[in-house]
Design a protein around this ligand. Structure first.
Ligand code: ATP
Ligand code: MG
Length: 345
């Protein structure tokens, strides 16, 4: 018993293996000490300010992450958003629709710095780090290969052994251990919605669509003649899909576009699942896991379920479950994969 206790205490050391979620809005790292999983996250963005020796010293002293390039200082991560708010300008983002674009090479050092700050150093060279990669978008010409290779290179440079994991599958890994990793993982993010139907941890059908949180912000902003940033701030703070009285024009528009997004996702799920040769023949109803920041407004789960029940998917669906920490489940799933690999070594 005493030994167990001592062992328990010892376990407080970090266990090997890390999970990284490289997203359009946030970069998140998950790691484990004993039974406790902890997370670190940063905004995936940057903001440029004019170079000045005084400004540079200030930033250094305040512990702000920045990069100096030519006549500019680029503030990266969480503070980039603070700067953008103060200057009343948009924060710039290196990823669009879930991926780094080959035409935006300029932003690579910024992403690299955010990744480095979030993941930190490996406990020893070659520690396994699983990183999330988006699935093939079915509604846009977008390539994920470049993105995957670049992130892989960055992690290798930091001393990790990087391994990619499909974003939707990571959600399944995070939440469906008790169901033998069988079910449907949905990650409703900023640039993309990723879906993966997994059977015993093996992806059967998976895809992404390029409509998600950013799309909602953009559509509502256009309809209301507002900036996407302002709409996003309302959406993330006070927006409630269950509200029926005193609903503002913006809230009404957000609700309309939330319905449109859910229907769009469900229509693509139906189409992809029905695509003849891949229609999975499952007997037991599958659990659907809802995760990602766009699943966070109050009332999202019942709204999704209501529209799901009106859709005839070709597979039986059981429970629809919203995860406890929607912004963290992809990183947690990547950690589950990394821990499994490390324990086999
Ligand atoms: N409380 C909230 N209510 C509604 N939306 C939110 C909330 N918090 C964050 N979001 C939205 O969730 C999205 C970010 O979610 P998430 O971190 O899962 O995306 P990501 O992984 O960075 O992006 P992607 O997977 O698309 O590359 C943004 O669109 C953000 O506005
Ligand atoms: Mg994501």
């Amino acid at each position: 018993m005493a030994e167990q206790k001592a062992k328990g205490k010892k376990q407080a050391a970090r266990q090997k293996g890390k999970g990284l979620d490289v997203g359009t809005a946030f970069i998140v790292c998950a790691e484990q000490k004993g039974d406790v999983v902890s997370f670190r996250s940063q905004r995936d963005g940057f903001f440029d300010v004019e170079y000045g020796e005084f400004a540079r010293e200030m930033l250094t002293r305040a512990g702000v992450n920045y990069i100096q390039k030519g006549d500019s200082l680029y503030v990266v991560g969480n503070e980039a958003l603070e700067f953008a708010n103060v200057f009343n300008r948009e924060m710039r983002r290196p990823l669009r629709s879930g991926v780094l674009s080959p035409t935006e090479r300029e932003a690579l050092p910024m992403v690299e710095l955010v990744i480095q700050r979030v993941i930190g150093e490996p406990s020893e060279p070659g520690e396994i780090a699983y990183f999330s990669v988006p699935d093939r978008p079915v509604d846009a010409e977008l390539d994920t290969v470049y993105h995957e290779k670049i992130v892989q290179e960055m992690l290798s440079k930091l001393g990790y052994e990087p391994k990619p994991i499909n974003e939707g599958l990571a959600v399944v890994f995070s939440e469906l251990a008790d169901e033998n990793f069988t079910g449907i993982g949905l990650s409703l993010g900023s640039g993309l919605v990723n879906m993966c139907l997994s059977f015993m941890s093996v992806p059967v059908v998976s895809f992404s669509v390029t409509r998600a949180g950013d799309w909602i912000d953009h559509q509502v902003a256009m309809a209301m003649a507002e900036t996407a940033t302002r709409i996003c701030a309302i959406k993330e703070s006070t927006f409630d899909l269950t509200k029926t009285e005193g609903v503002s024009r913006i809230e009404k528009a957000l609700s309309i576009y939330y319905d449109a997004l859910i229907d769009y996702v469900l229509a693509h799920m139906k189409r992809e699942l029905e695509a003849s040769e891949r229609t999975p023949r499952v007997q037991k109803p599958l659990t659907i896991i809802l995760s990602g920041g766009s699943a966070m407004p109050k009332g999202f789960q019942p709204r999704f379920e209501e529209r799901l029940r009106a859709t005839s998917l070709p597979v039986p669906i059981g429970e629809v479950r919203l995860v406890a920490q929607p912004l963290y489940s992809v990183a947690k799933g990547a950690l589950v994969a990394a821990r499994a690999d490390e324990s086999k070594r």
